[in-house]
Design a protein around this ligand. Structure first.
Ligand code: ADE
Ligand code: ZN
Length: 332
């Protein structure tokens, strides 16, 4: 592919539906905050300054260690701006980010309101100055267990509205089951929040069926291992379930050995609504522009495929209809 075509793809307007706010923190930002607060971050960084980890569980440990320097609403406001600046550089015009009351005030509702206010204000400033729109999805953390998830769900339910639009679950998929979190997802649904859950990243297709049946989610975080059960793939197509696919994350964490072995193209060919996202971009040495470039080079995707993916993402966004209409208009 020639340089000009690559540059054009990298510049396309993009919509990202799967981004963990703390996981998107530039390493220099976390290192700087650690120095300001005299917090030791032993083992968090490699010699070249990037995040250092060996496998998925170690990634989760390092993620939480890096997050430990984020201690106030103002820290989260600064983080939000730093993250949106990077996203905007990649051509992202709309993004949904996962937020955790567990990290923002330890699940306390009063504290959570302050953190949320700070992040929302930062996102509104970024919208004015950079033209990027952000919405929040509260996530519970699976390996923190169902009781802490209920507190996260209560924080989400009490602050649901035009900015805080969804509820989901991240964390270690190998612990417990989707069903353990049904109470929290029911509470969020009753508050009018839209639902997504990480499933089928580490465990197989059964986990995806469980998220659909037990939590009644409309989007799946990752969901790529659906490809191992074609009846499930048909069900995803029939029900219009959207997968938040993060190819670079899957390859870097070793779910697939290389991008050419990743099922995103097979899922798309079978009619599944796939979207493209970065998950935790600096951890996986990626950006939305990098994802586009690698997908184009590996699968031969052209501008029409990426335009379709951006439209699918806009249609699956959890925002209100006016925001969606404006977004679709910008996508052309
Ligand atoms: N938290 C941040 N990134 C994650 C991932 N890829 N899977 C599960 N939990 C996460
Ligand atoms: Zn994720």
């Amino acid at each position: 592919m020639d340089e000009e075509r690559i540059a054009a793809l990298r510049a396309l307007p993009k919509v990202e539906l799967h981004l963990h706010l703390e996981g998107a923190a530039p390493p220099a930002f976390i290192r700087g905050l650690g120095q300001e607060k005299s917090v030791r971050l032993d083992g968090v960084f490699a010699e070249d300054g990037s995040y250092a980890y060996t496998d998925f569980n170690h990634f989760l440990t390092i993620y939480e260690a890096a997050t430990s320097v984020l201690r106030s609403p103002d820290d989260y406001a600064r983080l939000t701006l730093a993250v949106l600046e990077k996203s905007a550089e990649s051509g992202v015009i709309y993004s949904e980010t996962f937020l955790s009351p567990d990290f923002c005030g330890g699940g306390d509702l009063g504290a959570w309101r302050e953190y949320l206010h700070a992040m929302r204000e930062a996102s509104e400033a970024a919208e004015r100055t950079m033209g990027i729109t952000l919405r929040g999805i509260v996530t519970c953390v699976r390996h923190f267990g169902p009781e802490r998830a209920k507190r996260a769900a209560l924080c989400a339910a009490e602050t649901a509205g035009d900015w805080l639009v969804g509820f989901g679950m991240a964390g270690d998929e190998n612990r417990g089951s989707q069903k353990d979190f049904a109470y929290s997802f029911d509470m969020a649904r009753e508050a009018g929040l839209r639902l997504t859950s990480h499933a089928g990243e580490w465990r197989g297709p059964r986990e995806i069926s469980d998220a659909l049946d037990d939590l009644r989610v409309e989007r799946i975080g990752h969901g790529v291992r659906a490809i191992e059960d074609l009846a499930l793939v048909d069900k995803l197509v029939e029900n219009g379930i959207v997968l938040e696919v993060c190819p670079g994350s899957n390859v870097t964490l070793g779910v697939y050995p290389r991008l050419s072995a990743h099922p995103i193209e097979r899922l798309r060919e079978r009619g599944v609504k796939v979207t493209v996202a970065t998950d935790d971009p600096p951890f996986f040495h990626t950006t939305m522009a990098d994802e586009y470039e690698r997908l184009a080079k590996t699968f031969g995707w052209d501008e029409e495929v990426f335009a379709q993916i951006a439209r699918t993402s806009a249609e699956a966004a959890f925002c209100d209809e006016d925001t969606r209409a404006a977004l679709l208009k910008r996508l052309g």
